[in-house]
Write a protein that binds this ligand. Sequence first.
Ligand SMILES: *Cc1c(COP(=O)(O)O)cnc(C)c1O
Length: 379
Amino acid sequence: MDMSESHQPQTSPIPPRHIFANLPAYVAGKPAPQVAGLTQYKLSSNENPLGPVPKVAEILSTFDAVHRYPDPLSTKLREALAKRFNLDAENIVTGAGSLGALNQILKAFAGVDADGVQDEVIYAWRSFEAYPILVGLLGAKSVQIPNLPNGAHDLQGMLDAITDRTRVILVCTPNNPTGPAVTEKQIREFLAQVPPHIVVVLDEAYFEFCTVSPVPDGEDAPLDGLRLYREYPNVIVLRTFSKAQGLAGLRVGYSVSHPQLTQYLRVSATTFAVTAVAEAAAVASIEHEDQVMERVQHLVDERERVAARLHELGYNIPQTYANFVWLPLGEHTAEFTELARANALAVRAFDSEGVRVSIGEDEANDRFISICEQFPHRV
Ligand SMILES: *Cc1c(COP(=O)(O)O)cnc(C)c1O
């Protein structure tokens, strides 16, 4: 039977929930364009160009249990993390990337309250693009606090924005896309002023890069959230295997917090989100941490080389503790992005604010520097 005769396709619009009207779209990093004679490089997604530890290739080629569901509790991974960081495995909840873990948190603590009023989620802006989408999808209200001129969080501004509707505060350290990190002293002063019923998330997606980054004279080192979450029952630390460990494509991350919070995260988690192969790759990354840190050290050395040259050239770029640099080019953003594309480099442009460029292969970094040399504007 010809289906088209029996059934007229539905043409009236099918509206999604009303909250879709105000959602920004997630703009994923685009591949670099093809340019004759030049290798293309993608410097737009903060990926690790050096890839995972070699053991991961072996796991992928020998894995023989795709017909089985994974362990929904990622027990082996949580035990490996607990041992490595001297934590209680009960304090760890895994997810499909730290985005998966963050989604668990927001689903558990932010949405529309029983009285129909929106919960509020405070975070710095500009920060990670996924925040407004996740918050908005749950029906909660984003309260965005502009960064300070040096790209750092305005922590006082974030405190001032707290209301009786505030449920969650997201602190992105180092901040994507600007680069600065929050220190332990700053976060302790901050937490001392946050009411204890408000959940504070420390998104440490780039943590490993901080640990080998030089700290400028007179400044304090970036925060290590795991050092303090035990003292603060409202704090959740978010970590991922996507960046330093080079497992972005396998989707595995986790949160660490007090059992009074993890009990809800386990309920809001998508069951079986972390696959067995992702779990095994993550465990291998923990077992071969020395190899992970060699890669991280190389990327940080490259970042320092790039940043030093940009400073020489007169670019006023903020301090970065991650695997990217931020060029606050303002109205020249599109022009820079075009120049990069003409040189087979994909970079991440944010409208008329600036460009985030990931540290990539050595040759990609050389080419990025040469583009900065040619570019006529300095900010
Ligand atoms: C990349 C990134 C993440 C992690 O993404 P996953 O791949 O989902 O782990 C989380 N937060 C920030 C700020 C990031 O830049």
